[in-house]
Write a new protein. Sequence first.
Length: 381
Amino acid sequence: MGTGQASSPAVGTAARVTDSAVAAPERPVVAMTGGGTAGHVFPGIAVAEQIKCRILWIGSASGVERKLVEDAGIDFRGIPAGKLRRYLSLRNVTDVARVFAGIIASVRILRKERPSLLFSKGGFVSVPPVVAAHLCGIPAFTHESDFDPGLATRINLRFCEKVFLSFEATVGFLPERYRHKAVVTGNPVRSALFAGDALRGRRLVGCDPGTPLILVMGGSLGSSFINSLVSDAAPRLVRTCFVVHQMGDRDFAPSRRPGYYTAGFITEGLPDVMAAADLVVCRAGANTLAELAAMGKPMVLIPLPSLGSRGDQLRNAEVFGSAGAALVLKEDTATSESLLAAIESLLRDRRRLAKMAGAARGMSRERAAAEIARLIRERIR
């Protein structure tokens, strides 16, 4: 385990273009864009695995997506990126300039590479490439992971032929004049997750087969709030279960407590550890929820509050909580005591855990990546 992210052999085989192995001229090129967090990258990688043609990714020159994409064997092009904000800030002035610079840089890349289509996975970095594709006459598709669409998706809608959605109800959040573009596919999930081995995951962290294993994740950047709750509860949690705590590189602190395994960011072993988990404590980012649903994992969700986000995680958590797949704790009332009580209560009720696992699987569309790839291939023929 380390601080990188696992590479995808399938994508590496299908998408890597090197100096010594250049794609054949007749082989179509599909450009992809998205970034800012891993949640805007991993679903795109899942689609790239299925397309079976040359992939070119356009992202922020300084964003988290560069390493994740290059580790997956995909050719990357960096552009300037400005964050899209819904509130007044002096940084909006410089960020608007970066957005226009990103459009210009994207136009240059697209004119040089001449892709047959651009697929956007969202995030503020996706807007310049989508606008540039429109200016270059290149068809574009976009995907929205959350229950309600974010600002980037609302902008991209104007320039894209199709918008893929994770939830049927999301169609109602779209402006009526764009609803004909909607296709409900679910959220793409990396194939590597389905190769996770529970016994191997337990060996990686040193957990006995008979001990309940709790996995704690705070998103790709970590969550200081969740880290604090779990650290405080750890001395009592380890009496009843083994805790694997992915803290994020910023807050990482080594653990010497037996039964409490900490890591900054788990790399190639994450699918195995996820497979081994009896219960997962995490935020409510759409990609995390999609991956856990695909694996049938019961969850305790502590969504980002509206104060620190646009409220998308609160709505995502409400959907999974209402379906019976998750127990939801609000950040403004959550304490280490309430988290401890929730975990202990669920671990004592194996029947409830099994029902939650079944409900989680019911939220998943396992063929989302394949379906999106099929629609992309049909469009570029």
